[in-house]
Design a protein around this ligand. Structure first.
Ligand code: PEP
Ligand code: MG
Length: 593
């Protein structure tokens, strides 16, 4: 972990920062500080005669930028490449280009200055738009502008020039094209002041596979070039000037973790089965089709949740039925005969699409026009997705799952639209699996309480605990101020889960969990003991959760679940789970604590 022995000098006081970890792993390196001054522009007056030359400079910079972006796209995986489509659209935007040319002619300044001013105006107008998707394009305009600027001056991105190995990039923010130009042999970590885990930059940083933390607020003003810096991308922790003791301790932790991870990798082809032979299905969650690679290497048995809305959001236009079919087919075929559960669009809440002619403005979007409610109000969009899923069902073991069901009527109407989609395909002569299984996500308390009635309409349930906790305990899942109340082992949650599982079994249907709680190996014994049939988790958590399953007996799991259901304290339940894990699989505590 520490290649440079001088890093451990511990000369200055430790500075600790907490943010949001977006790519796990721990590392110690030296700060490379990217400052906003890197992008500063020199202003120059030009004569009337110089105008054509300045316009020509601009046009060559546009051509060079377009070529570079196409080259970047060609070298990226398709999910990443689609992010750059928005950049190409900006480069072809007539008003953007014409305003710059007019600015050069009228204001007689060098193009570098006019470009920055026009882009600023563009970004200010976008920032005011209510539509979240369009607001997010501000970052794209900024990124494209920076690239045109670099082509005007001939300067390269400073991040591409990093030559020191063991470098940790520290910045207020970095753009997608800077991220893809990062030299991965030299840069060992990334720490940013800004950013949310769902931003484009965070998605790209996550795919670099190096420890990264965003949302650190005031790290970059406090760090200096060359400072020793420690990053824990799992915990979202950054320490500038880590002490010698901290580094020694971390080196031991990293080595121990490396050994454990290598051992757990050997479980890949073994079943998710308790010591006494109780077997469940261990699946993984994906957001875009390319994530299936991580699923296949993780040792998961299939996909228990494909969050399709990200596939819709990572492109400028709505995907057609054929494009969706291609995406779903590619995953289904690679997984077959393992199952792939496709969740129909879960838009609304905090996920919006700008290319739909609808107003997303609501005062309480998580309680509003979200998921199945939105799809039932947009039957054409919904039927198109259902037709694509149905057609993909001939290529593998495909199942359909509806999100945010809260009433019986919703599931009956969704199934009716599914029947219409089937009829349309028959009329068009397209093949599909007529017996495709349909499931309901149980993520609203009302659904968990009437699971016995919902069971008549579906073949499986999947507990979406991220939302079930949010809606049951009345905690906005994205609000840091009430995050301390977000308690998966709250008695109300355990009872709702138990009711759903028991009702499912009485109705002869299986129940899984695809919320984040299932990825926590300390929760595995409890969830097994509640009688869960399937866990769908992040691919990275598959080895450790499989280890937890294989380390316990079903009778121990039943005991802890019974104790949990009769306890009145969620803290006690958590402590019991920790103690049990310490007894049956102490290596798990070394990995997660
Ligand atoms: C959940 O709510 O637990 C879930 C899996 O769905 P999402 O996180 O996409 O809302
Ligand atoms: Mg949900």
């Amino acid at each position: 972990m520490v290649d440079d022995p001088s890093i451990a000098a511990g000369a200055s006081a430790e500075l600790l920062f907490r943010g949001i970890g977006i790519s796990s792993g721990v590392v110690v390196g030296r700060v490379y500080l990217k400052t906003p001054h890197d992008d500063q522009v020199v202003e120059r007056d030009i004569s009337r005669d110089e105008v054509p030359r300045e316009i020509a400079r601009f046009e060559s910079a546009l051509i060079a930028t377009r070529r570079q972006i196409r080259e970047l796209q060609a070298g990226c995986d398709p999910a990443v490449a689609s992010i750059f489509d928005a950049h190409l659209l900006i480069l072809d935007d007539r008003p953007f280009i014409e305003n710059i040319i007019l600015g050069i002619e009228n204001r007689r300044k060098n193009v570098d200055v006019i470009l920055v001013d026009v882009a600023k105006g563009f970004m200010q107008s976008l920032a005011k738009v209510k539509d979240e998707y369009l607001r997010e394009r501000v970052a794209d305009v900024q990124d494209v502008t920076r690239r045109i600027q670099q082509n005007l001056t001939g300067k390269k991105s400073t991040l591409a020039d990093i030559t020191e190995s063991g470098t940790v990039v520290v910045a207020a923010d970095i753009s997608p094209s800077e991220i893809v130009s990062i030299n991965k042999d030299r840069v060992v970590g990334i720490a940013l002041d800004l950013g949310s885990p769902t931003s484009h930059a965070a998605i790209l940083v996550g795919k670099l596979g190096i420890p990264a933390v965003v949302g650190l607020h005031d790290l970059s003003p406090a760090a200096h070039k060359g400072d020793p810096i420690f990053i824990d991308g799992g915990k979202g922790l950054v320490v500038v000037h880590p002490s010698r003791e901290l580094i020694e301790q971390l080196t031991r932790v990293v080595e121990a973790r490396r050994g454990i991870t290598a051992k757990l990798a050997r479980l890949k082809d073994l079943a998710a089965e308790t010591r006494d032979g109780y077997r469940i299905v261990l699946s993984a969650n994906i957001e875009v089709p390319q994530d299936v690679d991580a699923v296949l290497t993780s040792g998961a048995e299939g996909v228990g949740l494909f969050r399709t809305e990200y596939f819709f959001m990572s492109r400028p236009e709505l995907p057609t039925e054929e494009e969706q079919l291609e995406a779903y087919r590619s995953v289904a075929q690679r997984l077959a005969p393992a199952p792939m559960i496709i969740r129909t669009l879960d838009l609304g809440g905090d996920k919006f699409l700008s290319n739909l002619n609808v107003s997303w403005e609501e005062s309480n979007p998580f309680m509003g026009w979200r998921a199945i409610r939105f799809c039932l109000a947009q039957p054409d969009l919904f039927r198109t997705q259902l037709r694509a899923i149905l057609r993909a069902s001939t290529f593998g073991n495909v199942k359909i799952m509806y999100p945010m069901i809260s009433t019986i009527d919703e599931i009956a109407r969704a199934n009716l639209i599914l029947d219409q989609a089937k009829k349309e395909l028959m009329e068009r002569g397209h093949a599909f699996n007529p017996h495709i299984e349909v499931g309901a996500m149980i993520e609203v308390p009302s659904a968990a309480l009437v699971a016995d009635l919902l069971a008549h309409y579906v073949q499986f349930f999947s507990l979406g605990t991220n939302d079930l906790i949010q809606y049951t305990l009345a905690i906005d899942r994205g609000n840091e101020r009430v995050a301390y109340l977000y308690e998966p082992t709250h008695m109300a949650i355990l009872r709702l889960m138990k009711n759903t599982i028991d009702v499912g079994h009485r109705s002869r249907i299986w129940t899984g969990i695809c919320g984040g709680m299932a990825s926590d190996p300390l929760m595995t014994p409890l969830l097994l003991g509640l009688g869960i049939d399937e866990l769908s988790i992040s691919p990275a958590a598959v080895p450790v959760v499989k280890d937890a399953i294989r380390s316990i007996s079903y009778s121990e799991a039943r005991e802890i679940a019974e104790a949990a259901l009769s306890s009145s304290s969620s803290v006690d339940v958590h402590e019991m789970s920790r103690e049990l894990t310490k007894k049956i699989a102490p290596e798990i505590l070394e990995l997660v604590e």
